[in-house]
Design a protein around this ligand. Structure first.
Ligand code: NAP
Length: 259
């Protein structure tokens, strides 16, 4: 299928590896010019070069912490006019409800709620003026079904989800669509770290943790960044214009719910 977005320009936040990179690759394959972002310059520049070589699109890497006001300003300045925004950032650390105080919540809200909201606030006016835009926020399955040890993530992402539900309907009349993609377990460094911490806490092998988790997912495996990226590219395509303010779960059937 031709996604109909060749020559458009996208910012993909937090994209030197993992799910962000999967989205960047799929957009590049569709002919979209990219602005990529991560904190560490080395891996980011390597990823940018590989994507530019593989797909022949223009790729601009901007090394910055996307959760800081300075980082957002630097990325937006380098990016210029954008048709597509994919928001993403690292997830908050795991723990117990009694581990977290005001500062922990403020940091999680800053990273996983306010950062995507402020990026949208900056970019939506231009998209509305040009009559076309696509925003995909990478959130989490924890929005639909809480992951108890990720209380900071459950809370901050629920706030973003509420914002998108209303805002998506305010901008839709102008040809701008906003949706959220909710990853379940995907094979990236992030899940490797979480699995390792479970293995350590229980004194078992990481392979045993994985096997147990696979058994709880109807697809019997973790998702891949590649398949996640293709779903994102579709939501950024010409064909997603009637999908407005939705929360689309990619979890191998892990959440046992009819709707
Ligand atoms: P990952 O493999 O660890 O990759 C994270 C990427 O984000 C890296 O490129 C990292 O580069 C960049 N990054 C992190 N913090 C950043 C910041 N403050 N500013 C700019 N770039 C930043 O993680 P992932 O698995 O792709 O996860 C992406 C998001 O999806 C996270 O919020 C995670 O919580 C969520 N999620 C993931 C899963 C899963 O199973 N993988 C499931 C549910 C939700 P630098 O370190 O160089 O900045």
């Amino acid at each position: 299928m031709d996604l109909g977005i060749r020559g458009k320009r996208a910012l993909v936040c937090a994209s030197s590896k993992g799910l962000g990179r999967g989205c960047a690759e799929a957009l590049a394959e569709a002919g979209v010019d990219l602005v990529l972002n991560a904190r560490s310059a080395g891996p980011l520049e390597a990823t940018a070069q590989q994507i530019a070589d593989r797909y022949g699109v223009s790729v601009t890497p901007v090394a910055a912490d996307i959760t800081s006001a300075e980082g957002q300003a630097a990325v937006l300045k380098a990016a210029g006019t954008l048709d597509i925004l994919v928001t993403n950032a690292g997830g908050p650390p795991p723990g117990m409800w009694h581990d977290w105080g005001r500062e922990d919540f403020l940091k999680a809200i800053e990273s996983n709620m306010l950062t995507p909201i402020l990026l949208m606030t900056e970019l939506l006016p231009g998209m509305i003026e040009r009559g076309w835009g696509r925003v995909v926020n990478i959130t989490s399955q924890s929005v639909k079904a809480p992951i108890p040890q990720l209380g900071l993530s459950n809370s901050a992402r629920a706030g973003l989800t509420g914002y998108v539900a209303g805002t998506a309907r305010q901008v839709a009349p102008h040809g701008v669509v906003i949706n959220n993609l909710l990853p379940g377990a995907h094979a990236t460094d992030r899940i490797e770290t979480l699995d390792r911490s479970i293995a350590q806490a229980e004194g078992i092998d990481i392979e045993a943790v994985r096997k147990r988790k696979y058994a709880s997912i109807p697809a019997r495996r973790y998702g891949t960044a590649e398949e996640f990226g293709k779903a994102c590219a579709f939501l950024c395509s010409q064909w997603s214009g009637y999908i407005v303010g939705q929360n689309i779960l990619l979890d191998g059937g892990g959440i046992n719910a009819t709707l």
